[in-house]
Ligand binder design. Sequence first.
Ligand code: SAM
Length: 278
Amino acid sequence: MDDLVLAPGLYIVATPIGNLGDLSPRAAQILMKADVVAVEDSRVTAGLFRHLGTKGKMLPYHDHNADAVRPGLIARMTSEAVALVSDAGTPLISDPGFKLVRDARAAGHVVTTIPGPCAAIAALTLAGLPTDRFFFLGFLPAKQQARAEAIAEVAAIRATLVLYESGPRLAACLAALAEGLGDREAAVAREITKRFEECVTGTLGELAERYADAPPRGEIVVVVAPPGEAAPASEEEADIALREALTRLPPAKAAGEVAKRLGLDRKALYARAMLLKA
Ligand code: SAM
């Protein structure tokens, strides 16, 4: 491993979200061998390098200096191995990096990923909610109105929702989710891979109540179940829809329209439409 020389290009390196034991051997190797490691906060990544027993060649790359630093990093990729890490987890996921990857590709550099921990994915594995389709929201807006709008935008998505939140805002966020989505099942995954890891499940309303007077410490991911299947329309609802449709359409067409809209059997609705008409 000591003789390894990395090919020039960009290396996206996932790092632990708590437990340093989650740093993969390959990630460690790349971080030690890279010519430069672009870091969000050098004080945070210094801890990781201490764990590796080396100082690391760190260069700050964060929201405030990225535009100024990026061209230099792209130029270095011609002859050097440039690694990118964030403070914790997978770079680019609610963290800086996408423009670096975009520009590295545009310049023809090789981009390699070293996948690993990601809080959103780790929370999904803990929550016990469907994982076949999920939608990642990142952080919702902090302001009430903008948050409600962001929630309304995703209310109809038939997928589990995953979002990042902070302790002080958790209860208000859960209440807003209950208001905008209905009282769905959900999970609050906290301090994943750390000493006080927990995953609390319940409905959004129950969870909002639980955390209202006791904002939790630490880092948090909220996972929300997809919308439930709509309950089948009752006979009464079908009759109301049919009566209305019959004011505009002949029985066969009215039955067809209502069958489509309410997901009911067209033949049965036609028979009922004939009765109503009589
Ligand atoms: N790129 C990171 C990743 O792959 O998970 C996420 C970065 S984002 C700036 C940080 C947020 O991720 C935190 O505010 C929290 O919501 C979530 N997070 C990070 N580590 C966590 C952990 N150990 N447990 C729960 N949530 C965590």
